[in-house]
Design a protein around this ligand. Structure first.
Ligand code: AMP
Length: 484
């Protein structure tokens, strides 16, 4: 089936062409026609199936053709979801698909000032993408009202429950008008999710269940290294140094502190990297993610929670620096590579304490993960001796000259310039030391990592701090947008 065969408006068909989609994914093919007819939907699907377009396109179409208009402080369609990163991505999709329409969108989430969000909501928006806490906050402040809502989407319901949002969801649902179209998405359907879906959806919703386009695991080259815990860092560095084809590398750490230590060690080796986890400010998380997406940094170190809902294309390698306690998590993690029909590689490090986890993973995937070249282990340099807190005793070398210049290539400094020059050295096998780190030192306490508290940068002749204009552009991108 081609997109042209779906009964979508010309403006939406044009946008679909502009984003380069030709064939609807299975969930799009199955969901779009009944949604256009006004049915409720229960979608059992995860990220990577194309579910966002499956709900965004029919909502946009109905908003366009209904003949209704938005009212001040009112919202016509609400997408409620668990994380800020996902909220930004979903709003981005609505904007892409609605680029040839006059539909307005806004995105609200916590951890940032609510002032621009309030401003965006003042005149009303057609589509609001929101995380529950901030939405309830704004409703309580009477900045926004759901009384005119026509469409309600609950996305990643299982994750929302995992993250403890059930009470917030109930509060939001209680405010919705009784006549509305409901779309409910969850990757899994345990009993509590089934119960919640029944409370939100009208009787007899359309039920669509899809698995990702292909089981990615078959397209992923998996490798295992059995290695002592304290030598894992050295092995990661050695692999990154020796393999310029490891271009876009996602490293999973079990803990936030572990993620910080990995980044610290990679920085010392001159490998561009950043960590993304719950202790990082929203600004730093967006900066790290943006830099990773456009390949200004080569390595993103993440915890599972922080990585949820993040959709990054073309991840070349996924490292399980620590094996996850739940074997299914291993499959989710490595599924970050080999997206969109492409191949990918996954590397797992296993120390003696993780043998049970390894067994559980191999049982789940019904495969023995092949072991990597033992030569690399034999030639591994010894790790720096650890201090009493498990930190290296030697201080990291002072920042390379020209760090400011390195940062100026960063996402937070305006339009990402993932130019070949900016990242060529590591790829081409030239000394990795020449790469500059974009991440802050992980030994800094959390509050010192917030951009607001970074040491003051000298002002330029114009009286502006270097990068402040670019930082504004960054915030312009992530600030809620509306037509009016
Ligand atoms: P989602 O599951 O909505 O997060 O989408 C996963 C990825 O698939 C995103 O990068 C989308 O841009 C992409 N995508 C969605 N629908 C299509 C399509 N019909 N053809 C090609 N790519 C698509």
């Amino acid at each position: 089936m081609k997109f042209e065969e779906l009964p979508l408006e010309t403006s939406l068909q044009r946008a679909i062409k502009a984003v380069g989609y030709e064939t609807p994914t299975p969930i799009q093919e199955k969901a779009i026609p009944p949604l256009l007819e006004g049915h409720d939907l229960l979608g059992i699907a995860q990220t990577g199936t194309g579910k966002t377009a499956a709900f965004a396109l029919p909502i946009l179409q109905q908003l366009l053709v209904s003949g209704k208009v938005r009212e001040p402080k009112c919202v016509r369609a609400l997408v409620l979801l668990p994380t800020r990163e996902l909220a930004i991505q979903v709003e981005d999709c609505f904007q892409k698909y609605g680029q040839y329409t006059s539909i307005s969108t806004a995105c609200v989430f916590g951890g940032v000032s609510d002032v621009p969000q309030k401003k965006a909501l003042l005149r009303g928006v057609d589509v609001l993408v929101a995380t529950p806490g901030r939405l309830l906050d704004l409703i309580n402040q009477k900045v926004v009202s759901l009384r005119k809502l026509e469409f309600f989407v609950l996305d990643e319901a299982d994750r929302m429950l995992d993250m403890g949002f059930i009470h917030d969801i109930r509060k939001v649902v209680a405010m919705l008008p009784p006549v509305r179209q409901n779309l409910f998405f969850s990757a899994t359907m345990p009993a509590d999710i089934t119960k919640l879906a029944a409370q939100i959806l009208r009787p007899h919703p359309i039920r669509i269940e899809v698995t990702p386009a292909s089981t990615p695991i078959e397209r992923i080259t998996q490798t295992l290294y059995r290695i002592e815990k304290k030598r894992k860092g050295a092995l990661l560095r050695a692999l990154l140094m020796q393999n310029p084809d490891m271009t876009k590398v996602l490293v999973f750490s079990r803990t936030k502190h572990g993620a910080n230590h990995i980044v610290e060690a990679l920085e010392k080796a001159g490998i561009t990297c950043a960590a993304i986890h719950g202790n990082k400010s929203q600004t730093r998380r967006q900066e790290a993610l943006g830099n990773f997406k456009c390949e200004i940094i080569r390595v993103l170190v993440a915890t599972d929670i922080a990585a949820r809902g993040i959709d990054v294309d073309d991840v070349s390698h996924v490292f399980n620096f620590d094996l996850p306690e739940v074997p299914e998590t291993y499959v989710h993690r490595i599924g970050r590579t080999a997206r969109a029909g492409k191949g990918g590689s996954a590397v797992a490090f296993c120390c003696d304490e993780e043998l049970d986890e390894l067994k559980a993973i191999e049982r789940l995937i019904r495969t023995r993960i092949p072991e990597g070249d033992p030569a690399i282990l034999a030639n591994l340099p010894a790790d720096a001796p650890r201090g009493p807190q498990g930190r290296p005793q030697s201080r990291p070398p002072s920042r390379p000259q020209g760090r400011a210049q390195g940062r100026s290539q960063g996402y937070s400094q305006g339009r990402p310039q993932g130019s070949p020059q900016g990242r060529a050295q590591g790829r081409n096998g030239a000394p990795e030391r020449r790469e500059r780190s974009v991440s802050s030192s992980s030994e800094q306490p959390q509050q010192q990592q917030n951009s607001e508290q970074r040491p003051a940068t000298p002002k330029t002749a114009s009286g502006e701090r270097p990068g402040s204009r670019a930082r504004k552009r960054f915030w312009d991108k992530f600030r809620p947008k509306s037509e009016g």
